[in-house]
Design a protein around this ligand. Structure first.
Ligand SMILES: NC(=O)c1ccc[n+]([C@@H]2O[C@H](COP(=O)([O-])OP(=O)(O)OC[C@H]3O[C@@H](n4cnc5c(N)ncnc54)[C@H](OP(=O)(O)O)[C@@H]3O)[C@@H](O)[C@H]2O)c1
Length: 299
């Protein structure tokens, strides 16, 4: 299949492109820079030069493909609303290029976007996301639903915390705070959990969903349903050679600042339906293993 991949130069893209090529697909990767274009060429992909703001260009690239994986996102969280609304427009443009075909369009969301007020237990593929009015990043799944209503074979991949030994997502912020404060904190008993997945398993899941995914499906890239924050904090403390401490809910804002809300929420998520439907069996290292071995640049 000729696959147009946005975000091909990113963390997940750098594993996804080789995964697709190894399976016999032809990859056309979006890049906005010479550096990205060179990396894609080295990986054996074709390059489509462009930017997420160039909707006509994205539409044209999608029209020339047999399938599209959209994994680009601007992660400047100070402008989250703007970038989430940009994502809505991008999905609309990519979807418009595929109307009337059976070509798959995969988009990237997060298990953390499921509306936790409506569930009791780990988030499942059937659970609905929050509204973008409450959290802007939910625009992605709203856009997916709008495109699905036009008959496009759209598939949502919801990611949990994706990791390898160099990337820990939001946990990089925990590392930064621990260094600043001189200790690693968890709240109360630290029983709230974070679901996680190794990036190599994410790449495999995108490929399986591209090849076999059902129109309108939500798939969960979750290898570990929930790693307790206390265990994460203990491993971080060991890796950083810092003490670890339980803090009270009242102290959370002061320690965690803008990620205080995330520090206390339970983000457990299940992938039972995904595994069953796609035969996906994650086998990469666990989150705590990668944290123990995280690069010296981090710790
Ligand atoms: N990693 C996680 O734990 C996680 C969890 C939940 C959801 N997700 C979602 O999964 C997707 C992939 O995440 P990731 O971790 O691979 O992100 P990443 O490493 O930050 O990569 C983002 C990608 O988007 C591209 N991009 C950003 N702005 C662009 C623009 N204006 N024009 C063209 N390309 C642009 C980047 O290109 P450059 O290389 O040029 O910067 C890069 O290829 C995203 O939608 C993300 O929100 C990730």
């Amino acid at each position: 299949m000729r696959v147009f991949v946005t975000g091909a130069t990113g963390f997940i893209g750098s594993y996804l492109v080789p995964q697709l090529i190894k399976a016999g697909h032809q990859v056309v990767g979006l890049s906005r820079s010479d550096k990205g274009a060179e990396a894609l060429t080295r990986a054996g992909a074709e390059v489509f030069r462009g930017d997420l703001g160039d909707l006509d260009g994205l539409h044209a690239a999608a029209q020339m493909a047999d399938g599209v994986i959209h994994a680009a996102f601007n992660h400047d969280f100070s402008r989250l609303k703007e970038h989430s609304e940009e994502d809505r427009k991008v999905i609309d443009a990519l979807g418009a290029a595929l109307v009337g075909s059976d070509k798959p369009l995969l988009v990237s969301s997060g298990t953390g976007l499921v509306d936790r007020t409506k569930i009791n237990g780990p988030a499942t593929e059937r659970d609905v996301p929050v509204s973008s009015a409450d959290f802007p990043r939910a625009a992605t799944e709203e856009a997916a639903d709008a495109v699905a209503a036009k008959g496009v074979r759209i598939i949502v991949v919801r990611l949990s915390q994706v990791h390898d030994t160099a990337h820990q997502g939001r946990l990089s912020q925990h590392v930064k705070l621990a260094r600043e404060k001189g200790y690693v904190a968890y709240v109360d008993k630290g029983e709230n959990r974070l679901s996680a997945v190794h990036v190599s398993d994410v790449a495999l899941l995108y490929r399986l969903a591209l090849e076999q995914g059902t129109a309108g499906a939500r798939y969960h890239a979750v290898a570990e349903e929930g790693v307790p924050m206390r265990e994460i904090a203990e491993v971080l403390a060991e890796r950083l050679s810092l003490p670890v401490r339980s803090i009270t809910p009242a102290e959370t804002e002061d320690y965690f600042g803008w990620i205080a809300g995330l520090a206390t929420i339970d983000l457990a998520a299940s992938s039972a339906l995904t595994r069953q439907e796609l035969g996906w069996n994650p086998s990469g290292p666990g989150l705590l293993t990668d944290l123990r071995e995280m690069g010296s640049g981090v710790a």
